[in-house]
Design a protein around this ligand. Sequence first.
Ligand SMILES: Nc1ncnc2c1ncn2[C@@H]1O[C@H](COP(=O)(O)OP(=O)(O)OP(=O)(O)O)[C@@H](O)[C@H]1O
Ligand SMILES: [Mg+2]
Length: 221
Amino acid sequence: MIRLEQVTKLYPHRKEPALKQVSLKIPPGQFVYLTGPSGAGKTTLLRLLYGAELPSHGRVVVGGADLSRLAPGKLPLLRRRLGLVFQDFRLLPGRSVFENVALSLEVAGVARRTIERRVGEVLEQVKLGDMANAPADTLSGGEQQRVALARALAPGPDLILADEPTGNLDPDNALAMMRLLVGDYVGGATVLVATHDPTLLSLVRGARLVHLERGRLEEVG
Ligand SMILES: Nc1ncnc2c1ncn2[C@@H]1O[C@H](COP(=O)(O)OP(=O)(O)OP(=O)(O)O)[C@@H](O)[C@H]1O
Ligand SMILES: [Mg+2]
């Protein structure tokens, strides 16, 4: 599903690479924590996986597509198979919860009736079924993050990339969020969660742990 081969990422005007010869294989359906201190390269690694950055050296393969060679026109197709969750939610403030979640399906050209059914379904999963019509910016942080997750899950992605998804949540909401990122909710998707919060790690038992330290990757367990 995911393969990084000897990936090095250099940013302009930086002496030290953000990633140094990183190799990583993640099979379909695996749950992986990506840990490491601030500046270690976690966000950079995720950005390479959704095509927001190109590697300076090495190969990035996601779902069979080599992202370092992908024609620019193919990127939107690939993105539809990805669900992205960020620390700062990134919801459209003036729009309702329903509209925020429906957006990813509308972009994909899904029929209106299917959209209505699917949005209802994922909002039930994240326990926001009765808030569908509320403007997204009137929700609490924990609720907004669940909308962001519903939006990521709605198209039934093969891969979910979450960058500090609990960074703005209190411990109770963080726990609720992590519970939604495992098990039946994600429908067998591969899940990669970047975090520098070690307390999160105990929340998903048996998860694979990979650690970045100044751009170098090590397997922890
Ligand atoms: N667009 C950019 N241009 C130049 N340097 C960058 C850019 N983005 C990241 N970096 C640098 O690359 C390194 C890794 O950054 P990255 O954001 O991947 O770390 P991180 O592990 O996600 O950190 P945090 O836990 O603080 O989010 C840092 O030294 C950072 O300053
Ligand atoms: Mg980061």
